[in-house]
Design a protein around this ligand. Sequence first.
Ligand SMILES: Cc1cc2nc3c(=O)[nH]c(=O)nc-3n(C[C@H](O)[C@H](O)[C@H](O)COP(=O)(O)OP(=O)(O)OC[C@H]3O[C@@H](n4cnc5c(N)ncnc54)[C@H](O)[C@@H]3O)c2cc1C
Length: 462
Amino acid sequence: MTDPLADADPVPYWLSQDGAPAPADPLVAGETADLAVIGAGYSGLWTALLAKERDPGRNVVVVEAGTAGWAASGRNGGFCSASLTHGFDNGLSRFPDEMDILERLGRANLDDIERTVDRYQINCDFARTGELVVATEPWQLREVTEYHASASARGLDVRLLDGPSVRAEVDSPTYLGGVWDRSGCAMVDPARLVWGLRRACLELGVRIYENSPVERITAAAAGLSLYTPRGRVDAAKVALATGAHASLLRRLHHYVVPVYDYALMTEPLSDAQLASIGWGNRQGIGDSGNQFHYYRLSADNRILWGGYDAIYYRDGRIAPEHDQRAATFRTLAEHFAQTFPQLAGVRFTHKWGGAIDTCSRFSGFFGTAHGGRLAYAVGYTGLGVGATRFGANVMLDLLSGRQTELTALKMVRRKPIPFPPEPVRSGVIELTRWSIARADRRGGRRNIWLRALDRAGVGFDS
Ligand SMILES: Cc1cc2nc3c(=O)[nH]c(=O)nc-3n(C[C@H](O)[C@H](O)[C@H](O)COP(=O)(O)OP(=O)(O)OC[C@H]3O[C@@H](n4cnc5c(N)ncnc54)[C@H](O)[C@@H]3O)c2cc1C
């Protein structure tokens, strides 16, 4: 049999599409701004856009180390979830008394993303298909049933599916049951969403500088100064939106580790191939193992197939060579074949990875530094496509100095538990990954280490 990965290009599918904007000029002089945003992924672009929408007269500059969306924002699965808490169960376990508010704010956030896509005519294939969470092992059935019970008790639009019903949606012999969250998630083309947000920012008068890494932040008379290799921005306020690349603010090193997640993209399926698996409702799909896969259709009927391995490289290095990992790609291809045996012979055209900003509570956290002149939002742990817009509003509220509904949230006021420093960090993460893989093989049974972490409210995920 031919190797389905033999011709796969080692680049993110989404970023290799037509339509990438020409890079903006780097910063080569002095600039001034009311608000300077560091980073042009979703987090930074939403912050700039919302700042202009709140106050069109505001002078806003974005400074990006590479090009807009080159990092996680342009290479993700494109699941744009209403969840602000890396899923309902994780939110419920950490913020039980705030969950109703967080769910309401998350739904409003997703609705607002949909409206923004319409308003600025962002062509990113936004489709509110919902998400299907499938059980592929008997112990996962218990988990999806419990998830359905607690989510439907809170009024979420979730439907419990038995084996035949879930296979009537998408036909895999591995499916034993599932839950369809019918409106809490949209599928997007991630790179086109970034490119559209970038264009919308420019149209509102935001000035964007690319290939301009900020190397240093210092206090200035009326705010902060950001230094790039050839220029400087003096800004009254700064929003730090650097995702997994958190080195500009040392305190974030305690809370965030870059964890690599990998994905494959198939060639477009023929009509007959698509008919063999159904998938007429085009939901995003995730299975419910601790090491989970996520997968979805693209607008031209490719399947993006990602997840499972979550790799932490020693010392937390983000490096181009980590974007490729042959062993993970092989594992993913094997699991794809087990899930969809009908698609034997389908080839993968792209394979890539990217760094996720993981924190121990799996959901974004927020704060200020430099006497309230800088705000940050980071730690989305693999579910930031939607939640970064919420985080952008949190940053703007924090910078305003006002008490708002968002700044009053425990989720905003509290920090995750920090990771230990290296070399203990690598050892702890390895032990946790090993324990998680073992739990998946042993009917979901968590060992003493995982139970201790659960009690402490600490975890490792992607
Ligand atoms: C393979 C993969 C699959 C994923 N799938 C999903 C998914 O399906 N759904 C979901 O919700 N989430 C998913 N995620 C996570 C999601 O992509 C992120 O949560 C989100 O993109 C984070 O956006 P961000 O703007 O905070 O970070 P980034 O997109 O990483 O952007 C940060 C930017 O800051 C810039 N920067 C860093 N340092 C500096 C500096 N010193 N000066 C100037 N600029 C700087 C970087 O160059 C970068 O462009 C996935 C991630 C990966 C890697």
